[in-house]
Design a protein around this ligand. Structure first.
Ligand code: PMV
Length: 322
């Protein structure tokens, strides 16, 4: 008799960075929120032959791990199977789907990774704590991304609002990241506008590094000013002070413009949201394109959404952080 085919599914949310992006790469704190309505899902089933196949229906791709050994998802699957103590040959098919827009700053890559790790663990009857899921996803991101801070992999793996300060694996002794859950005193209503412009994070991060090398003093002081905004935002979040939080986001946007990661299309959407009554707005994530976020009171939510569409947003999403 054929053994029964086992099917296992797990998912992980998208994310937005509320404040502190880019500066977080240089050791400043940042705040990230999960987007629980937008998710990546991994489904694992036992394959009849001795292969590890990855299927990406959204992209129309199917490939074998040994034909694409450097693909980040292949790297992550291997790292995870090793961590779970599973030996080759692998007889698995991993199908990955996502409702999170790709390369937009909503964490699609990290969410796919976290879903994959969780599904593989559960397929073998194991559970990995969120910090281990995050560490595996981070390791695979490092493989193709250079120097990600780890904030994306952390927030999607913990699925809660987090305060994040990056670790430093090169320090002696290596420094672990600081990850703390954030208190939210009153629900925060966010509207997210997608510019539709795909801007890979490693390019904007690389641009900032280049400019930081040329003028470290100026950039360190801009990063410190962004870090101070993260501290203020944490206090306003805990106090439920949405107007003050909105103003902090506006100040963060000005600093992001000064470090050169904003763009005319982002600024058009940010201005449209503010004019329609948002309490504050900024780009979120790598910038250059991707998404912007606006804090709104519920009474202005629909006006801000319409203003973003009118200003050219290709997609508008709302979420509530609690
Ligand atoms: O993945 P994104 O586009 O949301 O951006 C990540 C945030 C950065 O601070 C720009 C980079 C990083 O690794 O933290």
């Amino acid at each position: 008799m054929q053994p029964a085919i086992r099917i296992t599914t797990a998912s992980a949310p998208g994310k937005v960075i509320l404040c502190g992006e880019h500066a977080v790469v240089y050791g400043q704190p940042a705040i990230a929120l999960p987007l629980s309505d937008l998710r990546a899902t991994a489904t694992i089933d036992d394959a009849a032959d001795a292969t590890l196949t990855i299927v990406l229906p959204d992209l129309g791709e199917t490939w074998r791990e040994d034909d694409a050994t450097e693909h980040p998802l292949a790297v992550l699957a291997r790292l995870t199977l090793e961590r779970l103590g599973m030996a080759r040959p692998y007889r698995l098919r991993i199908t990955l789907r996502s409702t999170i827009p790709i390369a937009s700053g909503m964490g699609s890559g990290a969410a796919l990774g976290a879903a994959l790790v969780r599904a593989l663990a559960s397929h073998y009857g194991q559970t990995l704590p969120p910090a281990e899921v995050a560490a595996l996803v981070h390791e695979s991101e490092r493989f193709y991304h250079g120097t990600p801070s780890g904030i994306d992999s952390t927030v999607v793996s913990h699925e809660q609002a987090i305060w994040f300060v990056r670790g430093d694996p090169a320090a002696v002794p290596p420094r672990q990241p600081l990850i703390e859950p954030i208190a939210i005193g009153r629900p925060i209503h966010l509207v997210i506008g997608d510019t539709g412009v795909r801007a890979p994070t490693h390019l904007t991060v690389g641009g900032v590094r280049e400019r930081w090398r040329r003028d470290p003093q100026r950039y360190e002081s801009l990063f410190a000013a962004i870090g101070a905004i993260s501290h203020a935002a944490r206090a306003w979040l805990a106090a439920g002070a949405t107007a003050e939080l909105g103003a902090a986001l506006d100040r963060n946007q000005t600093l992001l413009e000064q470090i050169g990661v904003s763009s005319p299309v982002l600024e058009r959407l940010i201005e449209a949201a503010r004019s329609a009554g948002a309490l504050g707005a900024k780009l979120s994530g790598g910038g250059g394109g991707g998404i912007m976020i606006a804090i709104v009171d519920p009474a202005h939510r629909d006006a801000v959404k319409s203003a973003l569409v009118a200003a050219g947003a290709t997609r508008v999403v709302e979420t509530v952080a609690r």
